[in-house]
Design a protein around this ligand. Structure first.
Ligand code: NAD
Length: 472
């Protein structure tokens, strides 16, 4: 079947980083976006996959971007205020790139707000400032300087990213299933009102990665299904979550912020060592790691009715991540050793023998209890759909593809987050790569099952309080 060509990108196309996500994104771009191959460049300091780039006919610029060389390297690639940068790297400062793209008149897209090296580890910056909240506030402040500028999409992979689009579909589904007559909202205020009217108290970005390799994980090697550096960086930031207006009890070691939208709190312990009870369709009740993620902040902010620290309505939102079995063991090892791993490995589609990734949104507290809505993609399906990626990767790369299409179709939107994009158009592009999109209702609450009889914080008067989710 001839693949659908969704759009055209005029001018140079530059991808920064050719790791697991970059390698998976390249074939999707070549399949679905018209562009001039002669002006497609990948900036990647590592030469390991140079052969793959050569075979794909893409220019390889083998250089590591730094704060010192960023302007010189990037400006030379964009002579005439056209083109797009897709930033899929670690260790390259997103905010400097976003500002430079505004100057150059170039479209921009990234999947996280990445700081320059030194932010995550080995710094003396207080924990409150090592959170994502100030990074996001800085991005928003920068964006306010460029209204109507070249479109710059912040944080748009699977999550953050696709989950914001799925959340809108889930809200419309919940409205239909509960008999609420509603039109599709046309603006932020409308979506926030819809969530409030439906009685949603909170949203978990609830993920279960079950992908396994036939080869036992060597002791001392950190194994993951996507960037090891990315997970370690965000995992050892403090846990962070959007803080709902219904919450009554601050968790132990929890702190608010005294600037910006006040939509979030942070907890003075690492996200990978902070667990919540959550729910996913394959596993049912499960634990998830509260790894800080931009969507936890942007979703709580976007769906706020009112403003400030005590709005009329705001949902709690957090990432409840159950990584792959090897990743859980790897984290266990790093936590115990207190040392970053010497060896790192990302499981490829060839070595994974079973499993998949269930990634969706769990909307809770409404008339039907809880609703999980998301993508269920197995490794076999991923292999059949696209080359060079596992199931986790394909959920991310297809979101990047969708965001690139949307940016090309909407080139003068200035800074945007996934919540502000046209979810229907983005999912239209992405859906063929998501396996099954399923909706599951469950009567489960975080108070449903307690095998342990030890004292823990709980609030029996309202199952949906955050402290009921929090594992001791
Ligand atoms: P990876 O670790 O496999 O690859 C990162 C790449 O960045 C490497 O190829 C590395 O050489 C390159 N790089 C490092 N320093 C660089 C520099 N100074 N200049 C240019 N390139 C440099 O990571 P990945 O799995 O491909 O993930 C890429 C990014 O996407 C990470 O930031 C990750 O956190 C993010 N991500 C987001 C989502 C999402 O859903 N939003 C999901 C997965 C990954």
């Amino acid at each position: 079947m001839t693949p659908v060509r969704h759009t055209r990108i005029d001018g140079p196309l530059v991808m920064i980083g050719f790791g697991s996500i970059g390698r998976g994104t390249l074939p999707l771009i070549q399949r679905h976006i018209d562009h001039d191959p002669a002006t497609f460049t990948v900036i990647e300091p590592d030469g390991t996959h140079a052969g793959m780039l050569a075979a794909a006919g893409v220019r390889h610029l083998q250089v590591a971007l730094t704060p010192q060389n960023l302007r010189e390297v990037i400006a030379a690639l964009f002579p005439d205020r056209r083109g797009m940068i897709v930033n899929l790297s670690v260790d390259v400062g997103s905010l400097d790139l976003m500002a430079l793209c505004q100057e150059l008149g170039v479209l921009y897209l990234d999947t996280v707000i990445e700081p320059w090296p030194g932010f995550y580890f080995g710094s003396t910056v207080p924990n409150a400032e090592r959170t994502n909240y100030p990074l996001r506030e800085e991005m928003l402040a920068l964006g306010r300087r460029y209204p109507g500028g070249a479109t710059a999409i912040s944080c748009c992979g699977a999550n953050p990213g696709m989950v914001s689009w799925l959340l809108k579909e889930a809200l419309l589904r919940l409205a239909a299933d509960t008999g609420l007559a509603t039109e599709t909202p046309q603006d932020r205020a409308g979506w926030a009102r819809l969530m409030q009217t439906l009685g949603v108290r909170g949203v978990h970005v609830a993920e279960r990665d079950t992908q396994v390799s036939a080869r036992a994980r060597p002791v001392g090697t950190f194994v993951n299904t996507w960037s090891v550096d990315g997970l370690l960086s965000e995992g050892y930031q403090p846990a962070e979550l959007g803080w709902g207006s219904h919450e009554r009890t601050m968790p132990p070691q929890g702190h608010g912020f005294d600037f910006g939208s006040r939509c979030a709190i942070w907890i003075d312990r690492p996200g990978v060592d902070t667990r919540v009870r959550s729910w996913c369709p394959g596993a049912g009740p499960q634990s998830g790691l509260v790894v800080t993620h931009n969507e936890a902040l942007s979703i709580s902010d976007y769906y706020t009715v009112g403003a400030g620290a005590a709005p009329e309505f705001r949902p709690t939102c957090l990432y409840a991540y159950h990584p792959s079995p090897d990743t859980i063991l790897s984290l266990h090892e790093v936590n115990g050793a207190g040392l970053l791993p010497e060896h790192k490995h990302i499981l490829t589609e060839d070595e994974i023998v079973a499993g998949g990734d269930d990634l969706g949104v769990l909307l809770y507290g409404h008339a039907k209890g809880a609703l999980w809505y998301g993508s269920r993609l197995t490794i076999d399906e991923a292999r059949a759909l696209a080359p060079h990626q596992n199931a986790t990767g394909l959920q991310v790369t297809s979101a990047v593809l969708a965001a690139m299409v949307w940016a090309a179709e909407n080139p003068r939107r200035g800074f945007v987050e996934a919540d502000e994009m046209d979810h229907a158009r983005c999912l239209q592009v992405q859906r063929p790569y998501l396996g099954r999109i399923e909706a599951h209702y469950t009567g489960w609450t975080p108070l449903s099952h307690r095998i342990n009889r030890f004292a823990e914080l709980r609030d029996d008067s309202d199952p949906w309080q955050f402290i009921n989710f929090l594992l001791p």
